[in-house]
Design a protein around this ligand. Structure first.
Ligand SMILES: [Zn+2]
Length: 139
C-alpha cells in the first residue's frame, strides 16, 4: 500500500473517492457515530453505499458491502468489481474490514484496487485486495 495525493488520482479514481465521501452523510450510525461511505467501480458503472447500524449486534452492515450489494442490484451477480473506495468521518485513513475484503473477492475478476480516504483529506492510501487479503477463502 502507498499513500498518494488525491490530486494524483485518475479522473475515474477521483470520482470514486468523491462518491464515497458524498454518501458518508447518509450513514445510519446512532451507536458508534462512525459514518462510512464507499463506492465500487464495476466494468460498467459506479455505485455507492453507506454503513447501516442496528440495535441488534451483528445485524448492521458495512458501507463497502452495501456498495457491492447496490452494484449487484443493478448489474446482477455476475458483475466484476474493478475498484473500491472507502471514506469516513474521521481523520485517520480507514481500511475495509476482513469480511468486506472477502465479500469483494467474490465479485472480482482477479484483483481490486482499493482507495482508502479520510473525509476531505488531501491524501489517500492505495492498495490491492491481494495484498490486504492474501489468503482468501475460495470454494
Ligand atoms: Zn466491512
Amino acid at each position: 500500500m502507498e499513500t498518494v495525493l488525491k490530486a494524483s488520482l485518475s479522473a475515474e479514481e477521483w470520482s470514486l473517492v468523491q462518491m464515497a465521501e458524498d454518501v458518508i452523510g447518509r450513514a445510519h450510525a446512532p451507536f458508534t457515530e462512525v459514518q462510512v461511505g464507499s463506492a465500487v467501480l464495476t466494468e460498467k458503472e459506479v455505485y455507492g453505499g453507506c454503513n447501516v447500524e442496528s440495535a441488534i449486534s451483528g445485524l448492521g452492515i458495512c458501507a463497502e458491502r452495501n456498495a457491492v450489494n447496490h452494484a449487484i442490484l443493478h448489474e446482477g451477480p455476475d458483475l466484476k468489481i474493478v475498484a473500491l473506495s472507502v471514506a469516513w468521518n474521521r481523520r485517520e485513513m480507514i481500511r475495509p474490514c476482513g469480511a468486506c475484503l472477502q465479500y469483494l473477492n467474490e465479485f472480482s475478476n482477479n484483483d481490486v484496487k482499493l482507495i482508502m480516504a479520510e473525509k476531505k483529506g488531501s491524501t489517500v492510501m492505495v492498495g490491492y485486495l491481494r495484498e490486504m487479503l492474501p489468503y482468501r477463502y475460495e470454494i
